[in-house]
Design a binder for this molecule. Structure first.
Ligand SMILES: Cc1ncc(COP(=O)(O)O)c(C=O)c1O
Length: 361
């Protein structure tokens, strides 16, 4: 079936009915102990509070290329943030320059877009030479790779809502011992209801039962604003837990790898678009296929795509919490994320790539 549009927020696809926290699938068996929470930032805040329960920490070392939701929870605890460089290197590929993090008690690492950066194991080993250094791994983008995180990390977490249709949901895991702080008791009902409402309205639009686009866009934005203001100490909601525990991981992986490979094969690199990755191994699972587009062309390309009902986001919007410099700002200005998710088959992807290849300025 051809859809009215490609990309953007997932819509309600009827998955998940009764909540089931029993019999969790083995892929959700992360760490010595884990908690299912409302969102990625809720999970990160939970981890920060668990670390603070045993040690004071003053400074965290973060990747320059990150979402504001990976910075704000530290700032909210008055922790200083320092950034290591993640850049587009001379070969046009993503490069992570994480070395020592002098003076940082906590280091956050992540793989991008579901592609595994080599060398992290060695880096973690080096960081752990100082035993008090805590390594937090954001596994949001690597959550569906065969190796989702490093056993040597102290904590890991992932937000799931960018991967499939769910109102919310994230996991926080402590790798070598149980958490010291209590699990949250409450669900963020207002946020969950906004997301459910938005997903239902979008489903009506996608199924041509409504032509009302503004309503769901406004409700998704309202939910986002609410989460920005209020994200701490919330449990996952029952619907998200149910969707998560019933997820068909094999099919999600297979579809994304197939779609990603088709994009890499068919996309014509030229004046406007260059690939930031060259292939996808069987162990990886793409969230998006990242490409590089000159900033002036990127604005035009996005406008042209949206006229053709294709919505490809850029990661990430910079925020007042970011501290970007001449080296690290490029990724923010150049990156475009090509949609490859399991909602789409070969025909959708081929159509989208033809549209992208036909772009002229
Ligand atoms: C890498 C990464 N970590 C954390 C988050 C935060 O997750 P949430 O929006 O569920 O708080 C995001 C959000 O997109 C993300 O991309």
């Amino acid at each position: 079936m051809m859809y009215r549009e490609i990309g953007s927020e997932f819509w309600d696809s009827g998955g998940g009915t009764n909540a089931s926290r029993k019999d969790l699938p083995s892929w959700l068996d992360w760490g010595t102990e884990n908690r299912f929470l409302a969102s990625g930032r809720t999970a990160l805040d939970f981890i920060i509070r668990d670390i603070l329960a045993t040690q004071k920490f003053q400074r965290v070392y973060l990747p320059s290329y990150c979402c504001h939701t990976m910075i704000d929870p530290f700032l909210a605890h008055n922790i200083e943030v320092e950034f290591y460089d993640v850049i587009i290197n001379g070969s046009g590929l993503l490069e992570i320059n994480l070395e020592q993090g002098q003076g940082c008690d906590v280091v956050l690492i992540m793989n991008y877009f579901g592609f595994i950066q080599s060398g992290f194991s060695e880096i973690i080993k080096q960081l752990k030479m100082k035993p008090s250094t805590v390594v937090i791994e954001d596994a949001t983008h690597s959550a569906f790779c065969n190796k989702r995180f490093h056993e040597m990390s102290d904590y890991t977490y992932a937000s799931f809502r960018k991967w499939f249709a769910t109102p919310g949901g994230a996991i926080a895991a402590k790798m070598k011992s149980p958490f010291l702080i209590k699990a949250p008791q409450n669900v963020h009902t207002e946020y969950v209801n906004l997301r459910k409402g938005a997903m239902t309205s979008k489903a009506q639009y996608m199924n041509k039962k409504s032509s009302e686009k503004e309503l769901y866009l406004k409700t998704f934005a309202e939910a986002e604003n609410l989460l920005d203001q209020d994200y701490t100490d919330y449990l996952i909601d029952d619907l998200s837990m149910s969707i998560l525990s019933r997820l068909n991981v094999d099919s999600l992986r297979k579809k994304r790898i197939q779609n990603g490979r088709l994009i890499l094969e068919k996309m014509v690199e030229g004046k406007h678009v260059q690939k930031l990755i060259s292939d996808i191994s069987d162990d990886e699972c793409p969230l998006f296929i990242p490409v590089k587009v000159h900033p002036t062309q990127r604005t035009n390309l996005k406008q042209y795509l949206s006229k053709n009902n294709v919505y490809c986001p850029s990661h990430w919007p910079s925020s007042p919490s970011h501290q970007l410099n001449a080296r690290t700002i490029d990724l923010y200005n150049f990156e475009l994320s090509i949609v490859c998710d399991q909602r789409y088959d070969k025909n959708h992807i081929s159509k989208m790539i033809t549209i992208i290849n036909n772009f002229t300025t």
